[in-house]
Design a protein around this ligand. Structure first.
Ligand SMILES: [Zn+2]
Length: 422
């Protein structure tokens, strides 16, 4: 598959990093041989990331700090940790060091239907250490997703089970038109059987998918979510019924994705004000995900929501076969769109590190650089310049900053990212 970007190159095995030039992150400051002398000493650290600005919203950190890793876990976060005694050293000077980025909305059932892309190429290769597949599999195929995507991927992968039996196997159009294939008991049973990899149920409530069945599909999806004790993620935009009828039924912990859709039945009223039902949902603990995906993000709608102080809870990409080659590209590009709309670097990082861990139960401590947590880390660069971004309407906007992924560390293993700019 040719893309506008070269494939990111993955490199497993951090020991190479300190000594070999070809494995060095693009544009990273060279690692001096002196920093490798520690290898001869007793190695108390497997990896040391030196000189970066640590941004970790889970600990309210935004400071120049070094991060040490041992046995796949965070060992220490402190200023000026000596390089001696470190098996491998990465210079992160001028870069941002964050907890491994979490994309709560991707489609990575590669080879199954039109939406799946390769997890490691588009997630870990672009700085995303954890990705949640948003219902590419239904109850018929979730076990296969686990076997052929979750198990072999270097990216940490979780999944939602679609309330429709076929997931995205045959695309989306008409997926729920036959309600025989929308079975809450079988969906719940499949979700239960595949926990902890399954973290939610998914339902897509656009009229080309549901026909007139949207509220019945929602009822069945909520039933599956209740039985399996999981949150429900609901996709909206051009629904058959008004958005308000959907919002009223969402529970605390459920997720509404495509929250800034520009399609009919979006989050704004005719005067551009946020619907009161959106605010009521937030009040009772419903969470809101961006889920750009290509057709699901209007920058104008997002801007109006942000102006009314309605920020997303998570910035999931909805990356898949229809959007990896634009306008989504990858998570760092998506985050850059929200920088353009006025959010800060800390705010966007929070929505792909700390906040996703409040949305889903990953069964392991992610989204943090707390000592003892798994060493999932992303190194980012903020590039300054002139960058063009587009949305579902085809409208283009120019931003002055672009986040770029330099490296991702997953459970202590380092993967160098070499994606080009869009
Ligand atoms: Zn999606």
């Amino acid at each position: 598959m040719l893309t506008r970007r070269r494939f990111s190159q993955l490199l497993i095995g951090s020991p190479l990093l300190a000594s070999s030039g070809f494995a060095r992150p693009a544009n990273a400051a060279p690692v001096s041989p002196a920093q490798d002398m520690g290898a001869a000493l007793s190695q108390s650290r497997d990896l040391l990331i030196k000189g970066g600005t640590v941004v970790d919203p889970s600990q309210n950190l935004h400071a120049l700090l070094d991060v040490a890793v041992k046995d796949g876990k965070i060992l220490q976060v402190a200023p000026d940790i000596p390089a001696d005694g470190s098996r491998s050293v990465i210079s992160a000077k001028g870069k941002i060091v964050t907890p491994g980025l979490i994309d709560v909305h991707v489609h990575i059932f590669e080879g199954v239907g039109p939406t799946g892309v390769n997890a490691d190429q588009y997630c870990l290769g672009r700085g995303v250490t954890t990705a949640v597949d948003a219902g590419s599999a239904g109850y018929f195929s979730i076990a296969g997703f686990r076997q052929y995507v979750i198990k072999p991927s270097a990216t940490r992968v979780y999944a939602m089970v679609d309330i429709g039996a076929r997931g995205t196997l045959m695309g989306l159009v008409g997926n729920y038109s036959n309600l025989d294939w929308v079975n809450p008991q079988l969906t719940a049973r499949a979700a239960e059987a595949n926990k902890p990899d399954v973290v939610a149920i998914k339902a897509r409530l656009s009229k080309e998918i549901t026909g007139a069945n949207d509220l019945e599909v929602l009822k069945r999806a909520l039933e599956a979510a209740k039985i399996s004790n999981l949150p429900l993620m609901v996709h909206v935009g051009d629904s058959y019924s008004p958005l308000q009828d959907i919002l009223r039924q969402l529970r605390k912990g459920d997720v509404l994705t495509h929250c800034f859709t520009g399609r009919p039945h979006g989050p704004l009223d005719a005067n551009g004000k946020i619907l009161p039902e959106m605010l009521e949902c937030r009040e009772r603990g419903v969470l809101f995900d961006v889920g750009d995906g290509g057709p699901h993000l209007s920058l104008d709608v997002a801007e109006k929501c942000l102006q009314q102080n309605f920020l997303p809870d998570t910035i999931g990409t909805d990356l898949g076969g229809l959007s990896y080659n634009g306008p989504v590209y990858d998570l760092v590009t998506e985050l850059s769109k929200f920088l353009l709309l006025g959010m800060t670097v800390d705010q966007v990082i929070e929505r792909v590190t700390l906040r996703p861990t409040r949305m889903f139960n990953f069964g392991v401590e992610l989204g943090t650089l707390r000592v003892g947590a798994v060493a999932d880390i992303t190194i980012l660069e903020v590039r300054e310049g002139s960058f063009t971004f587009s949305d579902s309407t085809g409208k283009k906007r120019t931003g002055r900053q672009k986040l770029q992924s330099v490296a991702a560390i997953r459970a202590g293993k380092t993967y160098i990212n070499r994606s080009d700019d869009v």
